[in-house]
Design a protein around this ligand. Structure first.
Ligand SMILES: Cc1ncc(COP(=O)(O)O)c(C=O)c1O
Length: 399
């Protein structure tokens, strides 16, 4: 496959086909998949049809329930395939934050245990860590991992100790775009006996997420960002060997070996990750999630998606770097689909708002305060040019 800056005509046809499936990306310059990816027609059609079936035929009866359970199984199998893990190691969640809470709260924490994380992490990881501090007296260590002038390996090495119970980091940083060398970091954490709980909200669907290669112990992801799925569906990978160490914080329909415990003898938790799955999902959305994953896998291809996303990220990086008043934040080699930058003399929130007026959708992030562009596989080179032209225009208006 040639993913040069000028795509081949085959790639060009494919990009047109993709964009026709995702109308939102043709109505605006859609550069904010880091918040929510664009939906695809195929998924929304499936959701709508299912919703109407429920409206007309109801949501009850054994066949309806069997269909729902089959959908749950299919979602878990699709996620397992994407992560290259066993289906028994996947629990469906509603989003990344839920997965991070299940993971972090599941460990057996004692006062003085240490948790290593980073100031650039998302609330979805930082706030459960804060809860552990408040509830158990866990010592939370905030590193500068993910920031541009930090060597993550050196920084983690310095922060680890025999008391470190967990390392909580994002595979791809939402505030800087850094793609962390997870394998190396995991090996270091494992050497001191710590578990690695990885926030994959910005990674899954953007960069390869084979958990065996990454070495992570737990990997929490969202459907609504780089997987372009509906809201309310996510997943958590829990490595089989780690499962005995992760207690259930929630317990519900799928938790126990026997469906329900009405006596002490029946309290036996399940052996697969299903046991962490305590509630049902909105089933039309589950169907939409599955349809979307199959479309991405079968008609676009994960490898193509990862390469195209990174290629466009680098293209955006290069084009932005030609603007005299733009400063790029991360080194180019350390990013994939998220590009962070600042524009001299224009506050990030102001730039986001003024680009919005020009139909260019980006965002700004705190800590470090920057603008952020997300390049999805559905974007094209013209989107990047329109972004640059819009920044030029806003800078001109400011002059
Ligand atoms: C790195 C990271 N983690 C977690 C989240 C929260 O995701 P969710 O809403 O799926 O819990 C986000 C959302 O932007 C994120 O960027």
């Amino acid at each position: 496959m040639n993913l040069s800056l000028v795509p081949t005509s085959n790639d060009q046809n494919k990009i047109e086909m993709i964009r026709a499936q995702m109308p939102a990306v043709t109505r605006a310059v859609y550069l904010n998949t880091g918040t929510n990816g664009p939906l695809m027609k195929r998924a929304v059609d499936a959701i709508t049809e299912f919703a109407h079936e429920e409206l007309n035929n109801g949501r009850i009866g054994q066949p309806a329930f069997d269909r729902l359970l089959a959908l749950v199984d299919e979602s878990r199998a699709l996620v397992a395939e994407l992560l290259a893990c066993d289906v028994d190691e996947v629990a469906l969640t509603h989003n990344t934050t839920e997965g991070m809470n299940i993971a972090l709260l599941g460990l057996d924490w004692r006062a003085g245990d240490e948790l290593v994380t980073a100031t650039s992490e998302h609330e979805g990881g930082l706030n459960p860590a804060a809860l552990l501090k408040a509830r158990y007296g866990v010592n939370v260590i905030y590193t500068d991992i993910g920031l541009c002038d930090c060597d993550p390996v050196f920084s983690l090495q310095r922060a680890l100790s025999p008391r470190t119970k967990a390392v909580v980091l994002s595979h791809v940083s939402w505030t800087t775009g850094a793609v962390l060398p997870m394998r190396e970091l995991c090996e270091m954490a494992h050497r001191v006996g710590a578990f690695v709980i990885c926030d994959a909200a910005q990674a899954c669907g953007m960069v390869p997420s084979r958990v065996d290669e990454l070495g992570v112990d737990l990997y929490a992801l969202s459907g609504q960002k780089w997987l372009c799925g509906p809201d309310g569906i996510g997943a958590l990978f829990i490595r089989r060997e780690v499962m005995p160490k992760i207690q259930n914080t929630f317990s519900g329909y799928f938790a126990l070996k026997q469906r329900v415990a009405r006596s002490d003898a029946e309290i036996e938790f399940g052996e697969t990750a299903m046991r962490y799955q305590y509630a049902f999902h909105y089933f039309p959305a589950l169907l939409g999630f599955n349809e979307g994953l199959k479309w991405l896998r079968d008609e676009i291809g994960w490898e193509w998606i990862y390469q195209r996303t990174r290629e466009l990220g680098c293209y955006a990086y290069d084009e932005l770097s030609k603007l005299p008043n733009v400063k790029l934040y991360m080194p180019r080699a350390e990013i994939a689909g998220l590009v962070h930058f600042s524009v001299d003399g224009i506050a990030p929130a102001d730039l986001t708002a003024r680009l919005y007026e020009k139909n260019v959708l980006i965002r700004h992030v705190p800590e470090p305060l920057l603008n952020r562009v997300a390049t999805g596989f559905f974007n094209n080179e013209q989107d990047v040019m329109q972004l640059c032209n819009a920044i030029r225009a806003v800078s001109g208006e400011n002059a």
